[in-house]
Design a protein around this ligand. Structure first.
Ligand code: MN
Length: 270
């Protein structure tokens, strides 16, 4: 089976980005059985822009499209930041509902099976398990999501009614439930995440600021669940793109992990 994956489009309203996306999918994904999007479709969580991205994909690809959101898709836009009715949990379900309305598969809501391959997905998140030990900072220093004058933008634009550790656990439970739902019906499982599940995939540079922000790349808790299920042979993820090579696969203890954090599609066989 041939998969085409891409991610981190970060659409911000430029029509040029959309034609680039359409061209990429047409050129690279024509022979693919499934198209997989690993999150961050929009830069700012604007549902109107998400709509535009989904519309473009609908226009150029006719086979199944599997989608998980990224952290940027949970951002509240300025007018929403002050609304008591809206938070990022609600934004997450609005995202998945819109994906579904296009006839695409929101993998966080339900797994997908095609012949003997199952697909399970989540946005993933971070629980500070990727914090670099050598910096020797307390967990509270990471909860601030700021290093000197630099901040992790989730701090400003993601509003959750719980802490990041609790959110990770909540997501993890749903993720494992979805694995169990299909596990006996398939011979292989493909995991689709936005954030990274293994510390081995994180690029640390022994520079304090860089390594501080690497903490927000993902969570080992997802990796621990993945290791429990030997049918999981492939992980597709996004999120890690600045200052690192994307569109590359790496083996972590027998699991092939591919970084799809580029709007240029990549073909992966399973
Ligand atoms: Mn991201």
């Amino acid at each position: 089976m041939r998969l085409c994956c891409l991610g981190d489009i970060h659409y911000y309203g430029s029509k040029k980005e959309l034609s680039f996306l359409a061209e990429g999918i047409r050129d690279e994904c024509g022979n693919a059985d499934v198209l997989v999007l690993t999150g961050d479709l929009t830069a700012d969580g604007d549902l109107g822009r998400l709509n535009e991205v989904l519309e473009v994909i609908k226009g150029v690809y006719e086979r199944p499209v599997l989608i998980v959101p990224g952290n940027h898709d949970l951002y509240l836009i300025h007018s929403e930041l002050w609304s008591h009715r809206l938070n990022s949990l609600l934004k997450l379900s609005l995202f998945n509902n819109l994906v579904e309305r296009y006839g695409f598969i929101p993998l966080m809501k339900r797994p997908y099976v095609v012949s003997d391959v199952g697909f399970v997905g989540s946005i993933g998140w971070y629980d500070y398990s990727f914090a670099p030990e050598w910096l020797n900072l307390p967990i509270d220093a990471y909860r601030e999501k700021a290093f000197g004058l630099s901040i992790w933008a989730d701090r400003e634009f993601v509003k959750l009614p719980m802490g990041d550790e609790e959110f990770t656990l909540m997501l993890l439970e749903k993720f494992e439930d979805n694995i169990r739902k299909i596990y006996n019906k398939v011979s292989k499982v493909v995991v689709v995440l936005h954030h990274l599940p293994f510390k081995e995939l994180v690029v640390y540079k022994l520079r304090p600021e860089w390594d501080y922000f690497s903490t927000f790349m993902g969570s080992e808790a997802f990796g621990q669940v993945i290791r429990k299920y030997s049918k999981i042979k492939l992980v597709l993820h996004g999120h890690q793109h600045d200052g690192v090579e994307t569109m590359r696969c790496k083996d972590v203890d027998g699991v092939k992990c591919c970084n799809c954090a580029s709007p240029i599609p990549m073909t992966v066989k399973v």
